[in-house]
Design a protein. Structure first.
Lengths: 60, 478
């Protein structure tokens, strides 16, 4: 009985962590790819906004 | 030496590009707000990149791999909680929406807005002490990783640490948050490539089934169940849930990203998507540690097993890309942490103690000087301090030193009308008192839980004891 419980118990955790790992790894890779592509435009927008802020401070 | 000429070329090219990009950030600095928060212009994607890069360092890979090596698949619970809590905060906007709405610059500033200026200074001291002790061990652990993986002599460890720090300091001092965000973007791409590459090689070389068998053979059922594992259990899970709620809302380097986003809606989106990255940030390096357990067996040095395994399984060229990725992770974390703790010292301790306000230029100069001093402390602490146990638990507890009290004070300040300054003091003292019990051989789960419990009791007890006369009108500052 104990062996059956331990077998089922271990099988549950083994599958649970395998599924979690697949989700985590896929999400990490997918989001990293999207951010690498679209982050550059965001970065440019941030620098443009900072440049405008700076010019605004220089021109009274 | 594990490195070939090709590996060195890849690493040196990466460092040169990062430095050039970081130094370019200097021209955009015209105020303290630009220096500390990049003018609050962070969009969703660059926000995800900088938040993820800030909280993914070589130190992260090392301590999570150590947990994987020691506790097997059960360690995955740490990654699940870290990612799950962040996804929850991003989906609901709990706390982070209101915090962004307040227009803060640093975490201790909240204490002046909601409580009082003296409490801000006390919080600033606690945040700075906890943060510096926390960051103090980064260089040593990162230097260990880089010397092992590159095959440099161990005698060169101190010089490796000094060089890493000098490079980060150079662009952080000059360009502040703008440089940090620019370099974080490059570093995020590099560290993501490195992380995925190492994970693929570990699974391919060692094999998923072999890793499961190794955990079963060496750790038994405790290597799979976080409930049965003596290092974890329900108390630990409860502590981690509270800790990660506090880290995501009150940890200076994370909170700076919340404060730097364009608006509260953007901060919610940044947290939601970064939460998914945090799942992998935990579980992938833990798997490397499990791979090292399968590769070396259980009697290896738990901290050094992972880098030694990587140095052996990765081929030339790939090793260079991975080390550049790890170096990117190291630099992104350290530069953000340098800026984070320096900003607390300058904005929440030095400036509030001055009677006369400082001009913008002087504030930027002050921040740069504090940056330099923090770097010197980190360098010397990293050289002589000996860790009392696993790196992860040390980092948890030094963070909890102020996080427990700050979290209780944040919750009180945001959601409880009777919260007052006395409650804030009691919360900070209670949280700090609970967390230092770890250094008296109390297990981390109990030390951490007692810190949060004492902080909450301090907040409620102190506020009720002081009564309504001690209350401060709610600030409407945005």
């Amino acid at each position: 009985m104990d062996r059956i419980y331990r077998g089922g118990f271990l099988r549950f955790w083994s599958w649970f962590w395998t599924a979690n790992f697949i989700i985590a790894g896929s999400a990490f890779g997918g989001i990293a790819l999207v951010v690498a592509i679209r982050g550059l435009a965001d970065l440019r927008a941030m620098l443009t906004a900072l440049e405008m802020d700076r010019k605004g401070k220089e021109d009274p | 030496v594990n490195f070939t000429a090709l590996d060195w070329i890849i690493v040196v090219t990466y460092i040169a590009v990062t430095l050039a990009a970081g130094l370019a950030g200097k021209k955009y600095i015209s105020s303290a707000s630009d220096f500390l928060l990049a003018g609050r212009h962070l969009g969703k994607f660059i926000g995800i990149a900088t938040l993820a890069a800030t909280e993914i360092g070589t130190i992260t890979f090392m301590y999570y791999a150590e947990l994987g090596y020691k506790t097997g698949f059960a360690s995955f619970v740490n990654g699940l909680i870290a990612g799950g809590v962040m996804i929850f905060l991003g989906a609901t906007g709990f706390m982070i929406f209101r915090l962004r709405d307040l227009g803060l610059t640093t975490v201790p500033e909240f204490f002046e807005v909601k409580y009082s200026r003296p409490l801000r200074i006390v919080a600033g001291v606690l945040v700075a002490v906890g943060g510096l002790l926390n960051m103090g061990v980064f260089l040593k652990v990162e230097g260990t990783f880089l010397t092992i993986i590159s095959g440099l002599p161990v005698a060169d460890l101190k010089w490796t640490m000094t060089l890493i720090l000098f490079l980060e300091l150079l662009y952080t001092v000059l360009g502040g948050m703008v440089s940090v965000v620019i370099t974080d973007f490059i570093q995020f791409v590099m560290l993501s490539v490195g992380t995925v590459l190492v994970t693929g090689y570990v699974i391919y070389t060692i094999g998923w089934q072999h890793m499961q068998d190794a955990v079963m053979a060496n750790l038994g059922a405790n290597g799979f169940s976080p409930i049965g594992n003596p290092d974890y259990g329900w108390a630990y899970i409860g502590f981690q849930l509270l800790l990660w709620m506090a880290v995501d809302t009150c940890w200076q380097t994370t909170a700076m990203r919340t404060f730097a986003t364009k608006d509260p809606e953007t901060s919610k989106k940044v947290f939601f998507w970064t939460g998914f990255i945090f799942l992998g940030r935990g579980m992938m390096p833990m798997l490397w540690g499990i791979g090292a357990l399968a590769y070396f067996g259980p009697n290896h040095d738990s901290l050094q097993a992972m880098p030694e395994m990587i140095a052996r399984i990765l081929p030339t060229g790939v090793l260079g890309i991975v080390v550049a990725g790890m170096l990117a992770a190291t630099m992104s974390v350290n530069s953000s942490y340098l800026l984070g703790w320096s900003s607390v010292i300058s904005q929440d301790i030095v400036l509030p103690l001055r009677r006369q306000p400082l001009a913008q230029r002087s504030q930027v100069l002050l921040n740069r000087v504090v940056n330099l001093l923090v770097s010197l402390f980190v360098l010397f602490w990293g050289i002589w301090y000996v860790l009392p146990g696993p790196v992860y638990f040390y980092l948890n507890i030094t963070g909890t030193l102020f996080l427990a009290g700050a979290f209780a004070a944040f919750i009180g300040g945001l959601f409880w009308k009777r919260a007052n300054t006395t409650g804030g003091y009691c919360a900070l003292v209670g949280g700090a008192a609970g967390s230092v019990t770890y250094f008296f051989h109390i297990p981390p789960a109990y030390a951490g839980m007692s810190a949060f419990a004492l902080a909450a009791a301090g907040m409620v007890g102190g506020s009720l004891a002081a009564g309504s006369g001690a209350m401060r009108p709610r600030s409407t500052r945005v």
